[in-house]
Ligand binder design. Structure first.
Ligand code: NDP
Length: 696
């Protein structure tokens, strides 16, 4: 068992003991010492894990609330119709285990205490928000948006009322739980259309008449609806279904976000790095605990296969937040010896309010990669997700609040380029970090110059993979396929120019085609699917346009490159993986970023020739070399003009290594200690140790 697992078990034991002690002696009499005594450990150890009593109680309430949310999520997953999903929320909240005398005594103590404690209030608010949003989501599939809103509030109140009445009854028995659930079910049935049976989620037609949910901006730790806001729809690229209507942030919303970020950032920056790290670590834990639900949402919003999002997208975000949580306590300045009469020291201080602007291909990962170092350094962030994939950024915001990140420290302002532009030009924002295309990067940098903002740009690429004659061919093919077909090729660092040594080219291609033919394209929610949908109809047409142009310019299309319209796939943006054999480096498909499943094979003879050709591009994001010759591997890598390089693999991006581009692929670095430099500024302090020598 790892040290971390052991610590988690210890934390859980202490939380269980707290529940037990609190049920016995009440909220006020519960002390760290008493809990330590019951747990058979020292009070110092309890303080080590939770800081103080408030920290322990907050962790306990969070644990109760998360357990309940997980139980509700599991029941909702098992439910087949929207009506069953509403009942699943009721059943989870009124389950016997939530009503027994010990648990109910603790819940009651917390609800009472939340009035006086901001930390507890925040956890309670998130829990209530989650109940409401689960109810609303299911109800919207049965009735109008307005009616769903009204019913969700009433059902949530009924759940609370029934729970309270039942647990306060003199003698409680498990059958009371069943009776309470029956009463709630009876009420719900009187409120819903008589004949409603409800389609199951997976068979819901793309044009379901029930309105999709409307999502407001997340400002100051809560959704702030703006009925007058313009909205945009976010669409499932695999089915065409509208997933949600999102309110576009305007200048007034931005001002509200700035005001809350200013307040939140002061509180956040005053906390020690250790304290910030502890909160961020909880964010990482909650991301992992909610991995499956978040992955499903990400798959619906991006069209990427669930077999990817379940193991990469959320986990990589959580890893990043955990990594910077660990670094937060070690962000320090230095002390400088200036001789006997003076000394100097530096302070590493946050920048203030920073803006993050995300691309659509790795939405939650990008939101985490930007917010983790920003928050670790004590900044507040206003994040604008891409309008094509805004959903998981809101979930990250909810989780941040649940974990204890102060209100205003992470805000989500959705919108298109106009919202991005408002952020980039606002004088109160000290820095902007963009992941996007090169043209947008140039616009952002120019606009940021007006107010001299710090800028980090993670932009596009047209990266080379070089396969030498001595390479392990099977491994090189795996690398090339990963570097071209993962996420349907919508990866910035993809190695889309695959240079293969002439002597192995035929063998390489024949095996590559054999393996590519087996890639399973299909419903992204199917765990067997290896390639899902492209992000939008417009993007699919752009990718198909590049393929047509490749053929027209004389490159040989060896496989794929067609729209896939079998059965239900006709409703989505599916393209079969394409492999081109190109005779030269001037084809459009060799020069421009396609951002789709399109690999181009190029042939080379000498090392000097391939290095020159690999570098002959305006981009410089990634590069890969496959060879068994270790000397050549390092020699070639040293010559390649790219920010992130791989030897004998491709596209692996551990958080511990800096990530970013050379040339037009970007400025600055994400991940690793290097990112801290981009989210902090250094203050130098000169301290005189002798009287001022003055000529006057
Ligand atoms: P875009 O450049 O179109 O958009 C990126 C973000 O910038 C979006 O949120 C977009 O808003 C916003 N935006 C657009 N115009 C402006 C503006 N004038 N001012 C401020 N913000 C603006 O990129 P895509 O979303 O299409 O993403 C694909 C690109 O991202 C590819 O080139 C890819 O290589 C690159 N990328 C780079 C990565 C890296 O780490 N280097 C990683 C992933 C992708 P909206 O879309 O809502 O209109």
């Amino acid at each position: 068992m790892s040290r971390r697992d052991q610590e988690d078990i210890r934390r859980k034991q202490l939380i269980d003991t707290t529940i037990h002690v609190m049920a016995q002696v009440g909220f006020n009499a519960t002390t760290l010492g008493l809990i330590a005594k019951h747990a058979g450990v020292s009070a110092g150890l309890v303080a080590h894990y939770f800081g103080d009593k408030d920290g322990l109680l907050e962790a306990t309430l969070r644990s109760l609330a998360s357990r309940l949310s997980r139980a509700a999520a599991a029941r909702m997953r098992a439910a087949k119709t929207p009506r069953e999903r509403v009942q699943a929320v009721v059943d989870a909240n009124l389950a016997p285990e939530e009503m027994d005398s010990q648990t109910s005594a603790v819940w009651l103590a917390f609800w009472g205490q939340a009035i006086h404690s901001d930390r507890l209030k925040r956890v309670q608010r998130i829990y209530q928000l989650r109940v409401l949003s689960n109810l609303r989501h299911a109800l919207r599939q049965m009735t109008t948006g307005e009616e769903a809103e009204r019913l969700a509030v009433i059902i949530a109140a009924i759940i609370d009322g029934l729970w309270l009445r039942t647990t306060l009854a003199a003698a409680w028995s498990p059958s009371d739980s069943e009776a309470a659930r029956r009463i709630a079910a009876g009420f719900i049935d009187t409120q819903l259309p008589m004949s409603f049976e409800g389609p199951t989620m997976s068979h819901l037609p793309a044009t379901a008449s029930a309105a999709p949910p409307r999502i407001a901006n997340w400002i100051g730790g809560a959704y702030r609806p703006n009925p007058a806001a313009e909205t945009f729809a976010t669409i499932n690229p695999a089915t065409g279904e509208v997933l949600a209507e999102i309110e576009i942030a305007d200048a007034a919303q931005l001002e509200a976000a700035i005001a809350s970020a200013k307040t939140g950032q002061k509180i956040w920056a005053r906390m020690t790095g250790m304290e910030r790290g502890r909160v961020l670590r909880r964010v990482a834990d909650l991301l992992r605990a909610n991995n499956d639900d978040l992955a499903r949402l990400e798959t619906q919003d991006t069209g990427k296969p669930i077999q990817e999002t379940e193991v990469v997208d959320v986990i990589s975000g959580a890893d990043c937040i955990e990594y910077f949580a660990g670094l937060a306590g070690g962000i320090t300045g230095e002390s400088v010896d200036l001789g006997p009469n003076a000394m100097g020291y530096t302070r590493r201080e946050p920048l203030g309010i920073v803006a993050g602007i995300g691309a659509w291909n790795y939405p939650i990962q990008i939101a985490c990669w930007k917010s983790a170092p920003a928050l670790a350094c004590g900044n507040a962030m206003i994040f604008k997700p891409s309008e094509l994939t805004p959903l998981t950024a809101f979930k990250l915001a909810e989780i941040m609040t649940e974990a204890g990140v102060p209100d205003g420290v992470f805000n989500v302002l959705p919108g298109d380029g106009r919202t991005g532009s408002l952020l980039v030009t606002h004088p109160a924002i000290a820095k902007v970090s963009l992941t996007g295309s090169v043209p947008t990067g140039k616009k952002v940098m120019a606009a940021a110059a007006e107010t001299l903002k710090h800028v980090t740009l993670e932009l596009g690429g047209k990266s080379p993979i070089i396969v030498f004659a001595d390479a392990d061919i099977e491994s090189a093919i795996s690398g090339a396929m990963l570097g071209n077909f993962y996420s349907a090729g919508e990866v910035c660092s993809n190695g889309t120019r695959v240079f293969v040594h002439r002597s192995i080219k035929d063998k390489f291609i024949s095996r590559l085609l054999e393996r590519t033919a087996k890639i399973k394209i299909g419903d992204p929610m199917d765990p067997e699917t290896q390639m899902g949908a492209l992000i939008s109809d417009a993007h699919m047409r752009k990718v198909l346009g590049f393929i047509e142009r490749g053929v027209a310019e004389g490159a040989t299309l060896l496989c794929g490159g067609k729209r896939v319209t079998d059965g239900a796939l006709a409703q989505g943006n599916f393209v079969s993986p394409a492999v081109f054999d190109a005779t030269g480096d001037d084809f459009t498909i060799v020069r421009e970023e396609i951002f789709g499943p399109v690999m181009t094979i190029l042939t080379f003879d000498t090392e000097a020739d391939v290095v020159a050709r690999a570098n002959d591009t305006e981009f410089g994001l990634g590069a890969g070399v496959f060879t068994q010759d270790i000397t050549r591997a390092h020699r070639v890598i040293a010559e390649l003009q790219a920010g992130t390089c791989w030897i004998n693999t491709y596209n692996i991006t551990p958080i511990e290594l800096p990530f970013g581009g050379y040339k037009q692929s970007g400025l600055g670095r994400e991940n690793s200690r290097a990112a801290l430099d981009h989210y902090s500024q250094i203050k130098s302090v000169y301290v005189a140790l002798a009287p001022v020598e003055s000529p006057y």
